[in-house]
Design a protein around this ligand. Sequence first.
Ligand code: EPU
Length: 336
Amino acid sequence: MTVHADYSLKKLNTFGFDVRAKFFAAPETIETLRELLSGNRYARLPQLILGGGSNMLFCADFDGLVIQPRITGIEKTAETADDVYLRVGAGVVWDDFVAYAVQHHWGGVENLSFIPGQVGASPVQNIGAYGAEAKDSIRQVECLLCATGERKVFTAEECAFGYRDSIFKQAWRGRAIVTHVVFRLAKQPVLRTHYGTIEEELKKFPEVTLQTLREAIIAIRRKKLPDPQELGSAGSFFKNPVVPKKLADELIAKDPQMAVYPVNGDYVKLPAARLIEQAGWKGKRAGAVGVHAQQALVIVHYGGGTGREALALSSLIGQSVYEKFGVQLEPEVNII
Ligand code: EPU
């Protein structure tokens, strides 16, 4: 398998920052990936697993081996009266998988339409949007262990999924590479249309089906989120913060329009975009980077800038939100 030296990652991160990897490889099969992991040559170097690069902020060149698994294929492995089980390669483009599921009238991932990236990243950060999360459909995650190249299968329970979180970001961080994900999809899907403006958007269609729900979500995303082909970004830069209910109640008293999401009796999730907007950042530009004019949670790169500039801007935003609201924002993107 070809391992490239001094490889440009500019087209492999949706921010479009011009950084390089000391080595880069894109294995297309489990065997070539295993070969790469078990060989002596790269084993001692720092390794970084890259999916579609849509959730990465590179602040410097990567002095090690970047691996982008390109294992493809969608295979039906089981079927019951109610469900189908699909085993999907980590290198399949996420939205191609969603389109495939919708075409076959299998429900579960349609609300996650148009999310950039590859299937292999979906369990790592438990991608979510419009009232759905990857964890609702994932049953198993197949991996190779970085240290030995051995195969290990994690059940959904073992993945310890949370909000934009899983065991692959915690105890198994950097130790396992996802090769396949097994999804369970419903043959008689229940459509989830209650989030945000979905119902309003669906009125533009003659009927509500998996396909029109997918189209409505794509339309909403196109309006709010930048197209990485035109404007660099990594989607939401921060997570929506989970804060004690007491603090949330104080903030709601000052801003009754703010929509909050209960997490449990003592904690609620706040819309970070609203806090950032209220702190005056929406649409602000700082050199080559800025805050998106349509969605304040998104930091954008206009071109010619560096990851460090985006990071510096994010610190200023975090500081001002903390000073104004007493809320600590946490990055959602992976900072390298
Ligand atoms: N809002 C503002 N100002 C803005 C944008 C939004 O005040 O500039 C308010 C909205 O009015 C709304 C609330 O903030 O009440 C939430 O906004 P939105 O529905 O757009 O979603 P979000 O919470 O900002 C999350 C995900 C997105 C996902 C959307 C839709 C996170 C970190 N982000 O954003 O995911 O697409 O919900 O479900 O949870 C991503 O992770 O990269 C991502 C784009």
